[in-house]
Design a protein. Structure first.
Length: 345
């Protein structure tokens, strides 16, 4: 499989070093004002079961800048998908496959995006599948780091968030292709890692990265980069559109980043957040030069343009694709196990 490659981008495992370099180089050129060669307009279907701002609009904008077209192929009041007298996912995707050239999918359940990819000959991009992965967000994060600070292999990186968050898993996996000098997880002492997250950490360790774990965000402010989001991401991202819990609890103070903490530590740490933010990233941080989360939003467009142009040209992904070779991602309702102790040293 690694020699032939796969048509879909469903996991960070699908990306190898050459794929990564290709995407980053394309995105760099686009960000510097050099658009890819113009091709005939193509049709891109957006299948979104869950709410989205940056991913959905980002792909829409990226496609438009490439002069392609977007069509909403999600279940909607005017769609027959999922209705008692309508049609099932299989017939829906096979029908859409006759209209479109590529599908971007965000799904409630982890396995649904795999099913979509199986049902169609079209290339499929995973825009977030439950508590699975979000590979294009990981590409955005890495691109933002290297655009501002240079080669991540010379840097120290910290991650403060729910370890089951899909962006976090993809980010940790992608870092194994360009392992940083030091990687620190900021988690509550009682938080356990899933087997998949633990394996990603082990991969980084085997690449020579020094691994650490802390339970207070201030302990990460000596790093070059901090990626932060709520410690309860998995509970927030579960559910379909219209079913999200509107009540969100305040983040524990130990995991809340404020301008006062940054200034008190005289920190130059680059602060990233995949957004949406909750109370973990106080808005007092926004005016500091450390803040890079809206830069991430801006740089997401060149990355998604690079991914779209690559896949619409028929380029395949030649990474390990371990997710496809294992029994599968844990389903949304699966209990989170741990193969690591509270300390990952």
């Amino acid at each position: 499989m690694a020699g032939v490659g796969v048509k879909d981008l469903l996991s960070a495992d699908d990306i190898d070093e050459r794929d990564l370099l290709d995407v980053l180089n394309k995105a760099e050129a686009i960000a510097d004002g050099k658009l890819p060669a113009r091709t005939s307009a193509r049709m891109i279907g957006l299948f979104f079961e869950q709410e989205s701002t940056r991913t959905r609009i980002g792909f829409d904008v990226a496609a438009s800048r490439l002069r392609h077209h977007i069509v909403d192929i999600s279940a909607s009041p005017g769609s027959r998908l999922g209705k008692a007298q309508g049609e099932d996912l299989e017939d829906h995707i096979r029908t859409i496959s006759e209209y479109c050239d590529l599908i971007v999918a965000r799904t409630e359940h982890v396995a649904t995006v795999e099913e979509i990819a199986r049902l169609t000959h079209l290339p499929v991009i995973n825009g977030g599948n439950g508590i699975g992965e979000h590979p294009t967000q990981a590409l955005v994060d890495l691109f933002t780091i290297e655009r501002r600070l240079g080669d991540v292999r010379r840097l120290s990186v910290a991650l403060s968030c729910d370890p089951t968050a899909r962006h976090a898993l993809s980010f940790m996996k992608l870092l194994a292709l360009r392992p940083p000098q030091r990687f620190t997880l900021c988690l509550a002492p009682e938080t356990k890692l899933s087997n998949v997250a633990a394996a990603a950490i082990d991969d980084l360790r085997h690449c020579g990265t020094t691994i650490d774990r802390v339970d207070n965000v201030e302990a990460t402010l000596d790093h070059d980069v901090l990626s932060i989001q709520t410690q309860r991401a998995s509970s927030i991202i579960s559910g379909r559109i219209g079913e999200m819990d509107a009540v969100q609890k305040a983040e524990d103070e130990k995991f809340t980043l404020t301008a006062e903490k940054i200034l008190r530590n005289r920190s130059k740490t680059m602060i990233m957040n995949p957004l949406p933010r909750h109370s973990e990233t106080d808005k007092s941080c926004d005016s500091l030069p450390n803040a890079a989360y809206f830069e991430q939003v801006r740089l997401s467009i060149p990355i998604r343009m690079a991914v779209l142009s690559r896949m619409l040209a028929g380029r395949r992904w030649t990474g390990r694709s371990r997710s496809r070779l294992q029994a599968g991602w844990p389903e949304t309702s699966s209990p989170i196990s741990s193969s690591l102790s509270q300390s990952v040293n």
